[in-house]
Ligand binder design. Structure first.
Ligand code: NAP
Ligand code: MG
Length: 497
């Protein structure tokens, strides 16, 4: 362990004692266990490139044990027999437990994923809020009665889907986990969670906290490991009823193919290349600040990043000045420092990928208005980057970069902005900035994206569905939509004669 590492010495006692306990283990049936193979993998601090922990490398055998535990838990009275009111109480307990451990979880998240500590705290607070939101649902999962003949009563029931495999990425680890676990539990399902190989720590700690909060053993199991082994085994497993996946479009396609063999339910939240359209009549100061946050938040490692910024010709130069000025606030720095706005990228792989797009942008003839540089020294730090004079067919405008990089593209008419905005394989989010209320809604309706913001960016609340059009995935998370996707609909006919 790296004792000289400033990011380790900044940790509080709780996070430190979690890290001190040797290799982190799998959580199966309420018990912490090593991988059956005995293998572990290294967990790295992206701010220093140092090893901070080792975690169990689960594979098909561990996944099988976790799925069996989840199946048993599903049938057990301690879970199946819980009343909706009791499930509400449990979800509220989880929210309280998360809040009690907010600082510890935020520190572990920052240490492992590089997200600035102030944002990590806000994300963990949101995790508690997501559980509170879903705590309201168990008592409101309604069926319906349907009109039939005089001798028939037909009604519907919403039942749990069953054992849910949940595979999450590294960019907002606990936040992603909460979007999946909270609705799954509200509906009475059981879970096997596979966190990303880069960021296993908060998932493991959260699994332990769920037990403390009163979640029966086996209801939530956590199998850390690699996508190709643990993840693929979960998707192929014959006794898993549903896969909820967040990650790259490339892996999403593999999951759909692999899940087809058992006709599992699949929901996918994949990549994005979100158009952010700024009209000449917009509040330029607010639009620039929000757009900068939109591509610099979490160092641009968010699926809804404002990565394609379309700016009306009349304000093009002025807006680029505002945008670059706003983006310079995101100085890459020590993520444990409360004043830091942007930490490192999550891994060397991601660093190579993003810096390669710096080269590609320049080679394709885009102009560097800001950045396109790394921060020298240890850690996977890059500078906020704005490319101007970008055309929509350059690779930097077409491919998901997942770094703090904006491509600024000029447009002249509303129709052109809509056409260019929609000219992408993705459809996760979009934004429009204008003081013309009709145009705001008109453009919002015309954009093919699962979330559209008018005069705002990055607003996401558990109350409303989130997900993608086109290759950004299918199914929705959050809101009522998650309740629907974590339940099976059953129709019951009773003969009354
Ligand atoms: P990824 O490979 O799609 O990872 C997402 C999750 O899927 C991880 O838990 C991963 O495990 C797992 N996985 C990988 N291959 C699998 C398989 N064959 N079967 C089942 N599960 C599998 O994403 P990444 O490699 O970390 O990131 C690559 C790019 O994806 C990023 O640069 C970004 O463009 C995009 N991305 C998008 C999002 C999003 O929120 N939409 C999130 C993350 C990344 P491992 O961790 O072991 O690979
Ligand atoms: Mg991967």
């Amino acid at each position: 362990m790296a004792d000289g590492n400033p990011n380790i010495t900044a940790l509080g006692d709780a996070a430190r004692s979690f890290l001190a306990g040797g290799a982190k283990q799998l959580l199966i049936d309420g018990k912490l266990l090593p991988a059956r193979s005995g293998h572990t993998f290294e967990v790295i601090n992206p701010a220093t490139e140092e090893k901070i922990a080792a975690a169990a490398s689960g594979d098909a055998a561990d996944v099988d044990a976790a799925v069996k535990a989840a199946r048993r838990a599903l049938e057990q009275k301690s879970w199946r027999g819980m009343t909706p009111h009791e499930r509400t109480r449990l979800l509220l307990n989880i929210a309280d437990t998360v809040e009690k451990h907010l600082e510890e979880l935020a520190q572990l998240e920052t240490l492992n994923n590089g997200c600035p500590i102030s944002f990590a705290r806000a994300q963990i607070a949101d995790v508690a809020q997501t559980f509170r939101y879903y705590a309201g649902w168990p008592t409101k999962i309604y069926g319906e009665t349907n009109p039939s003949g005089p001798d028939t009563l037909n009604y519907t029931l919403r039942e749990p889907v069953g054992v849910c495999g949940q595979i999450i990425p590294w960019n907002g680890p606990l936040s992603s986990a909460s979007w999946k676990i909270a609705p799954a539990l509200a509906c009475g399902n059981t879970v096997v969670l596979k966190p990303a190989e880069q960021t296993p720590l908060t998932a493991i700690r959260f699994g332990q906290l769920l037990l403390e909060a009163g979640v029966p053993p086996g209801v939530v199991n956590v199998v850390t490991g690699f996508g190709e082994t643990a993840g693929a085994a979960l998707v192929a497993h014959g006794d898993v009823d549903k896969i909820a996946f967040t990650g790259s479009t490339e892996v999403g396609k593999k999951i759909v193919a692999a899940a087809a063999g058992t006709v599992k339910r699949v929901t996918l939240e994949l990549g994005g290349k979100s158009p952010n359209i700024i009209f000449g009549d917009a509040d330029l100061g607010r639009a620039a600040n929000s757009s900068a946050a939109g591509f610099c938040f979490l160092a641009g490692q968010i699926c809804v990043a404002s990565s394609r910024v379309f700016v009306h010709s009349s304000i093009y130069d002025a807006f680029i000045e505002n945008l670059t000025a706003a983006a310079t606030a995101f100085v890459p720095g020590d993520p444990m420092d409360a004043g830091t706005m942007m930490g490192p990228l999550v891994s060397r792989e991601q660093y190579e990928r993003v810096t390669n797009y710096f080269k590609l942008g320049k080679a394709d003839g885009a102009k560097v208005a800001l950045g396109a540089n790394v921060r020298p020294g240890k850690g996977y730090f890059v500078q906020p980057t704005v490319f101007s004079n970008v055309s929509n067919d350059m690779r930097i405008a077409k491919e998901e970069i997942f770094g703090p990089v904006a491509s600024v593209i000029r447009f002249d008419t509303e129709e052109e902005a809509i056409r260019l905005g929609n000219q992408t394989d993705y459809g996760l989010a979009a934004a429009v900035w204008t003081r013309d209320i009709s145009r705001g809604h008109r453009v919002a309706h015309a954009l093919r994206a699962g979330t559209v913001w008018i005069n705002t960016y990055l607003q996401i609340d558990a109350i409303s569905p989130f997900g993608g059009f086109k290759q950004s995935g299918y199914g929705r998370e959050l809101g009522r939509a998650s309740i629907e996707s974590y339940t099976e609909l059953k129709s019951v006919y009773a003969h009354l004669g």
